[in-house]
Design a protein around this ligand. Structure first.
Ligand code: FES
Length: 147
């Protein structure tokens, strides 16, 4: 076998190997589980979105309530606005449904691992945009989330 013929055959073999890799296991999404996509967040200026009764709901740190594309979480003791956070539930990367991780004190997206602070700032990508944060007001034992 001459040198040119050898290189030609090796090159063709490499091409076939790379094509198989691309189709089967190197980044293919064919084997990914079905993504859990969240609803779009309400736009700014929507007004009051939902309420919670603090006598019966969100009693413990880490407890959450989801409504209208927003996740409300108790992050500290006490019935003040600072003890809660409310952010959009859809990840800014590709719309995965984020969840609050109490031990790490942050929101984590299960699809690709983005992490966000309790105020919605990106702590770890691939997401690059923050979560929209919503206003929390506490009056006596009634909490209201609004945009
Ligand atoms: S959709 Fe959330 S990290 Fe990709």
């Amino acid at each position: 076998m001459e040198r040119g013929e050898f290189i030609s055959k090796i090159g063709l073999g490499m091409l076939v190997a790379c094509a198989g890799c691309g189709l089967a296991s190197c980044g293919s999404k064919g084997n990914d589980p079905s993504p859990s996509l969240a609803p779009n967040p309400p736009p700014a200026g929507s007004g009051a979105l939902f309420a919670a009764n603090l006598n019966a709901e969100l009693l413990n740190i880490g407890d959450s309530k989801v409504s209208d594309g927003v996740i409300l979480v108790r992050i500290a003791a006490g019935n003040t606005a600072a003890a809660f956070t409310a952010v959009q539930i859809s990840c800014t990367h590709q719309g995965g449904t984020i969840a609050f991780n109490t031990s790490q004190d942050r929101f984590i997206c299960p699809l690709h691992g983005s992490e966000f602070s309790t105020a919605g700032a990106v702590l770890l990508g691939p997401a690059v945009l923050p979560l929209q944060e919503y206003k929390v007001v506490v009056a006596d034992t009634t909490l209201t989330v609004s945009s």
